[in-house]
Design a protein around this ligand. Structure first.
Ligand SMILES: [Fe+2]
Ligand SMILES: [Fe+2]
Length: 156
């Protein structure tokens, strides 16, 4: 097991780095679930607006961005260096970009809701895009926890 350089210049053992990524997954899943629950309220015709959900969506964006940066440094970069062409790095980083695009569609749907709060179509659009972000992110995390972390523990 080797050590990876952290952003603050300290060294972190690979096992600890993966433990931190797992904790970040829990934070992301928890926030996604709250956003999903909140979306049901936000789409209700008598909802009191999108203020709460918009704050949660912004928090989720920060969690995702930070987590992807950590994975690039502590997981996918080292896997590519060690495994070369056999590394799952490219396909997993492509999934990060897909999640980012799905998140941007949520932001666009939220803006639509804010500008026309009474439109049921806008509210349903927000709900739809949150559902798809939740699906794609959960699937990606499941793959990392079942396969990628195991590959990392064997090879790094
Ligand atoms: Fe990831
Ligand atoms: Fe992850």
């Amino acid at each position: 097991m080797r050590h990876v350089l952290q952003e603050d210049g300290r060294m972190e053992g690979e096992g600890r780095a993966i433990a931190r990524l797992r904790t970040e997954h829990q934070d992301i899943i928890r926030t996604l679930n709250i956003v999903g629950d909140e979306a049901i309220n936000a789409v209700h015709p008598k909802s009191n607006g999108t203020k709460r959900i918009s704050k949660l969506i912004l928090q989720l964006g920060v969690l995702l961005k930070t987590h992807f940066a950590h994975e690039q440094t502590a997981l996918y970069g080292p896997l590519r260096s060690t495994l070369g062409g056999d590394s799952p790095t490219d396909s997993m980083l492509e999934e990060h970009r897909s999640i980012q695009r799905a998140y941007e569609r949520v932001l666009a749907a939220l803006a639509e809701c804010e500008s026309q709060a009474s439109s049921s179509q806008a509210r349903e659009g927000l709900r739809f895009h949150i559902d798809s972000l939740q699906g794609i992110t959960t699937e990606h995390i499941r793959k990392e926890e079942k396969i990628i972390f195991w590959i990392a523990e064997l090879n790094l």
